[in-house]
Write a protein that binds this ligand. Structure first.
Ligand code: NAX
Length: 328
């Protein structure tokens, strides 16, 4: 058997963790030939629940699962880790101001970034799922000066997948016929799901849709506010679809994007498309050789520009807020 890849999952006893761990252990994250060792990080009061999840993992007898360790110690959780899925975060509770939320998350993602810096494997790849995902990834990256910045990413793949499904439903196309759709900006209600470069079976998607009002008044808000719609319907936030998107993100990162297509991910900006360098913003991205590349040279029309700028402005505000709180 080849050496197992160590995958750390934080917030492992939470609802996304429960939907995620079994898929990782079954081989869907890294492929059917790669054994994995799981490290579950939880806060002390939730360690027992994580132990229960580990019992269930054991009961699946996954051939690829080389073992499961559970800890509430941040340094131990990331020691030697190859893939870090940062899911656990401090949710916003009633009466909490944005500064309080950022501060609470700074207290989580700062130390986790430092532990990754100090102990993770040289090839570590980090995906932040816990919200506010882009800024939490920014905080973690800021505490890991020895890790290449492009190893820190934030999840917008769920938004991307939601957009694919909405477009498929509207046009009657198969999801697999849709290419080159993009999510720009922050994983928040300001995000911009962009159809201007998308194609359906090779035809421009906007030509197939042929309904500008649907794009502005239906498609964009439906994708951007889908998380709230799930909470309203289910009484709980997205979990299985979020876990699925995390699997997709890491699988694409390690296995690459198909020729001629791209996906969306929150990656460190190199200044492309006027997004300030260093921000973790969603872009259309390709992956090859285990690294993301921002798709270059796309034409950005006035409609798109306005929306990208609005979402990026929110990211700049969040960055400035965490800087003024001394969290980075
Ligand atoms: P849950 O509340 O079910 O689980 C979170 C778990 O994290 C809990 O078990 C908690 O004990 C643990 N935790 C808290 N602080 C921790 C710390 N310092 N170290 C380790 N574990 C810690 O939330 P769940 O539904 O699983 O969602 C997790 C996060 O994903 C939330 O921040 C949520 O907002 C975010 N989401 C992000 C999405 C995205 O597309 N980027 C979509 C889904 C989801 O809303």
């Amino acid at each position: 058997m080849t050496t197992p890849v160590t995958v750390t999952v934080t917030g492992a006893a939470g609802q996304i963790g429960y939907a995620l761990l079994f898929r990782i252990a079954s081989g869907q994250l890294l492929g059917p030939d790669t054994p994995v060792r799981l490290r579950l990080l939880e806060i002390t009061p939730a360690v027992q629940a994580a132990e229960g999840v580990a019992l269930e993992l054991e009961d699946c007898a996954f051939p690829l699962l080389a073992g499961t360790d559970i800890t509430d110690d941040v340094a131990a959780a990331f020691d030697g880790t190859n893939v870090a899925l940062l899911v656990g975060a401090r949710p916003r509770t009633a009466g909490m101001e944005r500064g309080d939320l950022l501060e609470a998350n700074g207290g989580i993602f700062g130390p986790q970034g430092k532990a990754i810096n100090d102990g993770a494997a040289d090839d570590v790849r980090v995906l932040v799922v816990g919200n506010p995902a882009n800024t939490n990834a920014y905080i973690a990256k800021s505490h890991a000066p020895d890790v290449p910045a492009d190893r820190f990413t934030a999840m917008t793949r769920l938004d991307h997948n939601r957009a694919l499904s909405q477009l498929a439903t509207k046009t009657g196309a198969a999801v697999s016929d849709i290419a080159r759709l993009a999510i720009w900006g922050n994983h928040s209600a300001t995000q911009y799901p962009d159809l201007t470069h998308a194609t359906i079976a090779g035809r421009p998607a906007l030509e197939v849709v042929s309904d500008d009002a649907w794009v502005a008044d239906d498609f964009i808000p439906t994708v951007a506010k889908r998380g709230a719609a799930i909470i309203a319907a289910r009484g709980a936030s997205s979990a299985a679809s979020a876990a699925n998107a995390a699997i997709d993100h890491v699988h694409t990162w390690t296995h690459g994007t198909p020729e001629g297509d791209w996906t969306s991910a929150g990656v460190v900006s190199d200044g492309s498309y006027g997004v300030p360098e260093g921000l973790i913003s969603s872009f259309p991205v390709t992956s090859s050789g285990g690294a993301w590349q921002i798709v270059q040279g796309l034409e950005v029309d006035a409609f798109s520009r306005e929306r990208i700028d609005a979402s990026v402005a929110e990211l700049v505000e969040e960055r400035d807020a965490v800087a003024s709180l001394g969290l980075v």
